[in-house]
Design a protein around this ligand. Sequence first.
Ligand SMILES: [Fe+2]
Length: 236
Amino acid sequence: MRSDNFEIYRQDMHSHLLPGLDDGVKTTEDALSFIRQLGALGYTKLITTPHIMSGLYNNGPDTILPALDRLRAAALEAGITTELDAAAEYLMDDYFESLLNGREQLLTINGQYILVEFSFVALPFNYRTIFFNLKMAGYEPILAHPERYMYLHHDLDFYHELHEAGVQLQVNILSLYGYYGSRVQKMALQLLDAGLVAFTGTDLHHQRHMDVLGGKPLDAGLRAKLAGGVIKNELL
Ligand SMILES: [Fe+2]
């Protein structure tokens, strides 16, 4: 099956495919099924990103890297050729700040990108300092799904400010479909039109997400925009 979205489904840098590590995929069998389904859509490389949320998902290199090894081995055995890698989706909180300040090993995408997310409730009060410190430590921060933080929706300037500070923005493809509601969809489109989006991600957790991604294609104009060279996933 070759999807009409084929041109935008090549490299993914945001998903929850390591079994049992977070609120994503539960079993190796399911992980392999999703990797196969994503492969059928056109994805050749998947960089999966388990949540790191202190107290809830206590992940780090010690849990993520062995889980990646196990999934790679299972994929190999199943004859799957999709390239698999892992980083993490860090909640930007005190714990993350302590890792950064303590110069702990952070899990990167391509050696330099760090995927971070904000709380869905409120903006981290010291986000400017954290982004600045990340840059000073040689990392390139990527903010996951900026369109999903409702408390920012009134403020397009905020996103411009992040962009100017060198924070890259990653929109969820599911947002473009309207999966999270029309307000989130509108914000995603607005960010795209403003030229502020650097990456797209599936943020795949479960089959309902997969069904949307593999369902009817996004509209042709939107696909052309995503395939038009502004999105940097293919550098990964
Ligand atoms: Fe995520």
